[in-house]
Design a protein around this ligand. Structure first.
Ligand code: NCD
Length: 320
């Protein structure tokens, strides 16, 4: 596994949350909180990344993650370049490593990478020069560490006593990097109970998600939950869709409706990483309703990414 911290304890890369301890994770969340002031603004711009270049390499579609990394880097005064999978030389046969080397020759300091293939962020991190950093912005079905951070930050803001919470992740957990990173972060914070709720073909293998309880029916899975995290069905990651319900059939059995929410605790919060498929995994009444904290997750995303970039800035080499 790639070393994510420098010898002096500063953050070098963020590839996974798996090997962070509670102190390191809480420090990132605390730092993110400092960028959230009032309801309408982030903290004033900081010069931490002045003269630095952050490259956003997105080889899979993204709205929230990409824009929030862009805003976060800009708010820390970095120059930002964005490379979309299809618009880059990769379509001409350049390997991803050559693309990264090209950007390195232009003195890129931080690479933010999203890929459909597992293992790529760690591989690239192993090849980039000393004093340069890489952040995983979503890796296949495996990891999405900044999403995991923003999810636990959102939970902590609403329900700080994480050790006594029951969190139900509902939907396509099998193909979800969001679920895996959230489970890692919740595990580090010692969550009271983690439930995985969905039809059998969308639940992960039983050797994954240590300690979580599986539910193949919605209502018992939601009963007395404090937090519900709904997920999109990721058909693009499925080799075959055999056994996967149609959207209509899925909504009938697993769609989060106001009626079904009544099984959960009265003050339950409803989360979703986006993009939302309305009336498939969640009804509009719930997505836009009083229990929803989906907008708050998006707001927190910028703050969390600012915190990660700010921490990484401490370990970058040389004066820019
Ligand atoms: C998710 C992702 O890309 O993993 N979205 C996100 O980053 N906010 C979830 C999804 O695509 O369903």
């Amino acid at each position: 596994m790639i070393e994510q911290f420098n010898r002096d304890g500063t953050l070098r890369h963020l590839i996974t949350l798996a090997n962070l301890n509670r102190t390191q994770l809480n420090a990132l969340l605390d730092h993110a909180e400092t960028y959230l002031v009032g309801h309408a603004h982030y903290a004033p711009r900081e010069p931490r990344l002045l003269g630095r270049t952050v490259a956003l390499l997105f080889f899979e579609p993204s709205t929230r993650t990409r824009v929030s990394f862009h805003l976060a880097a800009t708010r820390l005064s970095a120059d930002v370049v964005t490379l979309d999978g299809d618009a880059s030389s990769r379509v001409k046969g350049e390997t991803l490593l050559d693309t990264v080397r090209t950007l390195e020759a232009m003195h890129t300091d931080v690479f933010v990478v999203r890929t459909a293939e597992a293992g790529i962020p760690a591989l690239l991190a192993g090849h980039i020069g000393r004093g340069k950093a890489l952040i995983n912005a979503g890796e296949a079905h495996c990891e999405h560490p900044t999403q995991g951070l923003l999810d636990v930050l959102t939970i902590r803001q609403h329900k700080p006593d994480i050790r006594n919470l029951c969190v139900a992740i509902v939907g396509d957990i099998r193909h979800s990097r969001v679920a895996r990173s959230a489970a890692q972060a919740l595990g580090i914070l010692d969550v009271g109970e983690l439930r995985l709720v969905g039809p059998e073909p969308l639940l992960p293998d039983t050797n994954e998600f240590d300690g979580a309880v599986r539910y193949a029916e919605l209502e018992p899975g939601l009963r007395d939950a404090d937090v519900i995290m709904a997920l999109r069905i990721q058909r693009e990651r499925m080799r075959k869709e055999a056994g996967i319900p149609s959207n209509d059939a899925y909504f009938k059995r697993f769609g989060l409706t106001a009626e079904r929410l009544k099984a959960a605790r009265g003050d339950v919060i409803v989360m979703h990483p986006g993009p939302i498929n309305r009336e498939v995994e969640i009804s509009s009444a719930v997505a836009d309703g009083p229990h929803s904290v989906i907008g708050r997750q998006v707001t927190n995303g910028v703050a969390v990414r600012m915190a990660v970039l700010a921490r990484i800035a401490e370990g970058l080499s040389g004066t820019p």
